[in-house]
Design a protein around this ligand. Structure first.
Ligand SMILES: *Cc1c(COP(=O)(O)O)cnc(C)c1O
Length: 462
């Protein structure tokens, strides 16, 4: 499948600049051209970085009309900014959504996406394998606000999700490529469970990126990303995005989403649903949640994000092919007990990978050394090319020991149930030469062999 056919197969029109508006375009074209209008001022080809807190009004009436929403244009950068708006249009096009809202980080995107729907007394269903920061947000932060959450442990069974739904459930939230175990989610099946219950399905597509996976095509209603990872891609800037598919029917259960269905003073007595139809959620999330809680993305970071997006397909293809080469090599090393990568024929998630990730299975995976913490430490400290970091989706290769870092808040039992032992290491494979990465990992495995020879000479005898 080529990039072009996969992208235009969705049938969704891509918002381009006016000259190209009617032509179907491929993903690689869209990542460079979508959403950008030549600058009205000096004709700059790249949207300028509008580092300005506010925008002047022509006169008294113009100010009044802007505030009333009767005049186009910008007022204050927390509400909207031209640099930011250009990258939002591009992200909406790449994900096949109706509208995108960028914010200061991935955690900000998750907070805004969820607070645009939930209130005290509501309930969320998610999986225990999701990103630890999101697990904490749902359990601790939203928990304090009176919002409850259930984490499904058997995320592969759609009935487990179905059983967790309550009359008060208002969101189903999932990650298609959970990290570090790569235990892929059948997102079409989970979307069906959410829709049976009349509630939206939110997907964190950080590890997939729209190049590998476009969750909206498989039933997601809202897609969020940590743009700090692959979208910006160079490990320099944090950012987040919420993409609304614009097709969830918020009016079907008015009692479930009262903030979108009841009359609002700010809307002169109409409701968000009456005023904005299928865009009700996106308008509410932007104007009431993001702009009030205030996690604004700097226009400078919006520019870095836009630069990153222009090479997304090239980088993610290289990330994926490098990851597959490294995973296949690790799998046959005697010091390695197992490799969790859905691109390998041995992975139990291979079939889901064929359905959802035909262009590549991404860059982030884990493997487990024979042994435990001592072996992990020997391996980790010996690497020279891999950076020891908690981050992912960087052009550089990164390595992390989850049991002693990101997953320390889990009990030993929870960690083992999640398959995260002391010998497990997570890799985020960059876009360097695969041979160089393998040479560095071989250096780490040699350190493990030396450790075993020193401490357990009998283990090597057989
Ligand atoms: C990194 C990450 C986040 C949080 O994003 P930040 O930009 O660090 O706030 C959320 N979800 C996933 C899957 C991530 O990898």
């Amino acid at each position: 499948m080529t990039a072009t056919s996969a992208f235009s197969a969705s049938g969704d029109p891509v918002e381009l600049n006016a000259e190209l508006d009617d032509e179907p375009i491929g993903f690689a074209t869209a990542q460079i051209h979508a959403g950008v209008e030549p600058d009205a001022g000096f004709g700059a080809r790249i949207p300028p970085i509008y580092l300005s807190a506010g925008f002047v009004f022509d006169d008294f009436d113009h100010a009044r009309d802007r505030f009333a929403g009767d005049a186009d244009g910008y007022t204050y950068s927390r509400i909207g900014n031209p640099t930011t708006a250009a990258v939002e249009r591009r992200l909406a096009a790449l994900e096949g959504g109706a509208e995108a809202i960028v914010v200061g980080s991935g955690q900000a995107a998750l907070s805004v996406a969820l607070l645009g729907i939930l209130q005290a007394g509501d309930h969320v269903v998610s999986a225990s394998s999701i990103y630890e920061g999101t697990r904490g947000l749902l359990r601790d932060n939203l928990g304090r606000l009176g919002i409850e959450v259930s984490f499904v442990t058997d995320a592969h069974d759609p009935n487990a999700w179905r059983r967790a739904i309550r009359p008060t459930t208002r969101v189903v939230f999932g990650e298609p490529i959970p990290n570090p175990k790569n235990d892929l989610l059948d997102i079409r099946a989970v979307a069906a469970v959410a829709h049976e219950a009349g509630i939206p399905f939110i997907v964190d597509n950080t590890l997939g990126t729209p190049y590998l996976l476009r969750p909206i095509e498989f039933g997601a209603d809202i897609v969020v990303h940590s743009a700090s990872k692959f979208l910006a891609g160079h490990g320099a800037a944090l950012g987040g995005v919420i993409v609304d598919a614009g097709r969830f029917d918020w009016s079907a259960r008015p009692d479930a989403f009262p903030h979108l269905n009841s009359p609002q003073r700010a809307l002169r007595g109409t409701s968000y649903v009456e005023a904005f139809g299928p865009s009700a959620y996106a308008v509410y999330a932007r104007e009431v949640v993001a702009s009030r809680f205030g996690p604004t993305l700097s226009p400078f970071n919006a520019f870095l994000l836009q630069q990153g997006l222009e090479t997304l397909s090239l980088r993610v293809a290289q990330h994926s092919s490098n990851a597959l080469a490294v995973a296949a090599w690790l799998q046959v090393q005697p010091e390695v007990a197992s490799v969790d990568y859905s691109g390998l024929a041995s992975s139990p998630y291979r079939r889901l990978a064929e359905t959802y990730l035909p262009r590549g299975q991404g860059s982030v995976f884990s493997f487990t050394l024979v042994g435990g913490e001592a072996e992990a430490r020997a391996f980790y400290d010996e690497l020279r090319l891999f950076s020891r970091m908690t981050h992912l989706g960087d052009v550089r290769s990164l390595v992390l020991h989850p049991a002693s870092t990101t997953h320390t808040l889990l009990s030993e039992d929870e960690r083992l149930a999640a398959g995260i032992g002391q010998g497990l290491l997570r890799l985020s494979i960059g876009i360097e030469d695969a041979d160089d990465l393998i040479r560095d990992l071989a250096r780490g495995l040699a350190a493990v062999r030396a450790l075993v020879a020193r401490t357990q000479p009998e283990a090597l005898a057989g």
